[in-house]
Design a binder for this molecule. Structure first.
Ligand SMILES: Cc1cc2nc3c(=O)[nH]c(=O)nc-3n(C[C@H](O)[C@H](O)[C@H](O)COP(=O)(O)O)c2cc1C
Length: 167
């Protein structure tokens, strides 16, 4: 069973979420590869795919969308889970983006689950344009990632992978 975790990140916090998912799946005995979404030309050879992207301006990053476009035929034949990381804040994180729209268009790819994780904002990481945006929308600064929730989601995938046949 070869599992691919592909991730699109701008400032690294989504990559760290993907690393936690990889660790959890490895602990359950799966062979897991973590790659940047723009680094994967082809998903041939993988039995399952987990794809994650940071959310900017209500959308997945282009490299995550392009990963789906490049691979949509093969992804349609594989079990696929996706996650987004974006909303910020400890109480009622904002914004409430519709997960179905973030990753669109998925075409015939049947996603088993789309989890939205709360993200991280460190203003000193940002360029001037991004600083102005987060200032304008009064985005809260901090690391709001919920590691327990991330571990639980990875464990759920580990259980579901038990019923996935290896290619
Ligand atoms: C300029 C800017 C725009 C953002 N727009 C959104 C958004 O539309 N929806 C959302 O949920 N999060 C938004 N965020 C929050 C990021 O998705 C969050 O900080 C995420 O954890 C960043 O992931 P990364 O470190 O992997 O790039 C935005 C952040 C910045 C800096």
């Amino acid at each position: 069973m070869n599992v691919l975790v592909a991730v699109a990140t701008k400032h690294g916090s989504t990559y760290e979420i993907a690393e936690e998912i990889v660790q959890e799946l490895k602990a359950e005995g799966y062979a897991v590869e973590l790659r940047s979404a723009d680094d994967i030309a082809d998903v041939t050879g993988y039995d399952a795919v987990i794809l994650g992207s940071a959310v900017y301006a209500g959308n997945w990053l282009p490299e995550a969308k392009q990963f789906i476009e490049r691979n949509h035929r093969k992804l349609a034949e594989l079990p696929v889970w996706v996650f987004s990381s974006g909303p910020l804040g400890s109480h009622n994180p904002q914004p409430h983006d519709d997960p179905a729209r973030l990753a669109a268009p998925l075409g015939e790819v049947l996603v088993r689950d789309h989890k939205v994780f709360v993200g991280k904002l460190n203003v000193t990481d940002l360029g001037l344009a991004e600083r102005l945006i987060v200032l304008a929308v009064r985005a809260p600064e901090g690391d709001f990632r919920d590691w327990d929730e991330i571990h639980m989601w990875a464990q759920k995938i580990a259980r579901e992978l038990q019923s996935v046949p290896a290619l």
